[in-house]
Design a protein around this ligand. Sequence first.
Ligand SMILES: Cc1cc2nc3c(=O)[nH]c(=O)nc-3n(C[C@H](O)[C@H](O)[C@H](O)COP(=O)(O)OP(=O)(O)OC[C@H]3O[C@@H](n4cnc5c(N)ncnc54)[C@H](O)[C@@H]3O)c2cc1C
Length: 281
Amino acid sequence: MRIINKAKISEYTSYKLDGEIKKLYIPEDILELKKLLDYLKDNNIRYKILGNGSNLIISHKYDGVLIKLSKFDKLIIKDKCVKVMAGYNLSKLSLECAKRNLCGLEFAYGIPATVGGAVYQNAGAYGFNISMIIKEAIVLDGNNIRTLSKDEMKFGYRDSIFKHSDLICLEAIFELEYGDNVMGKMKEYMDERKLKQPLEYPNAGSVFVNPKGYSAGKLIENSGLKGFKVNDVMVSYKHANFIVNTGRAKAEDVIQLIKIIQNKVKDDTGILLDCEQEYLE
Ligand SMILES: Cc1cc2nc3c(=O)[nH]c(=O)nc-3n(C[C@H](O)[C@H](O)[C@H](O)COP(=O)(O)OP(=O)(O)OC[C@H]3O[C@@H](n4cnc5c(N)ncnc54)[C@H](O)[C@@H]3O)c2cc1C
């Protein structure tokens, strides 16, 4: 198994924040993953599964290790059934399906995620999300490998059972349909992303969940926070629900800016914005 000591947080996460992680493990297969988990549990070492690192704010103070499932990257497409391992890149999957005129994953094109991270988060966009197309998942539950049905995964808005348990998603099985102009739809979504999102700066997507009936971005913009900075992190001018790293930002800068935004929007509107990104400290 590959072990990277003092792994730079900036190399493994989309915010590209400052700092290092003690160790980053890249297991070759399930057997190695199981052995590693046993070792970490026996030695009381904190760990976190790392996908593409595009929803994580990792502090340089985090004293645990990361496990990257990049070797879990097999894809099998048989007719309308897509069986894909957790480490597979979500946009690449979307593209592979589109090449076969399979529709359902167009929304996922441009979401910088692994399949495992997208299932964990029930990632979505443009009115679609993972729960609409997933049939089941193969998971590691302690030392057992088992299959979870869609219902058992308890999906909600940016939510699933994975967020509330130690389950590790190993594989996802999607049931898609044949459709027309799949590539065209994907291109449309990608063009919209490029137009509206500050992709020129490191970021981790939307910071806050949209409160029911409101746009988090609009609330932040109305509070006059576009361009507001804490050291090297800034509320994006292009889209106020994005925080961007304009230089050598630390996780603590992001957290401080998140709190400032929450307080200001709460003072102005009475609405408490709920953070969508995960903080590892
Ligand atoms: C430019 C940009 C645009 C974005 N657009 C969108 C969007 O349109 N819609 C959207 O929903 N999100 C969006 N995001 C956010 C992000 O891409 C998603 O939240 C995505 O699902 C995160 O996946 P990841 O693989 O990067 O997970 P990570 O950030 O690496 O991890 C997130 C969580 O998932 C857990 N996890 C990862 N893999 C597994 C696994 N195999 N088993 C169990 N747990 C696991 C991790 O432990 C962690 O708790 C965007 C981000 C960026 C940077």
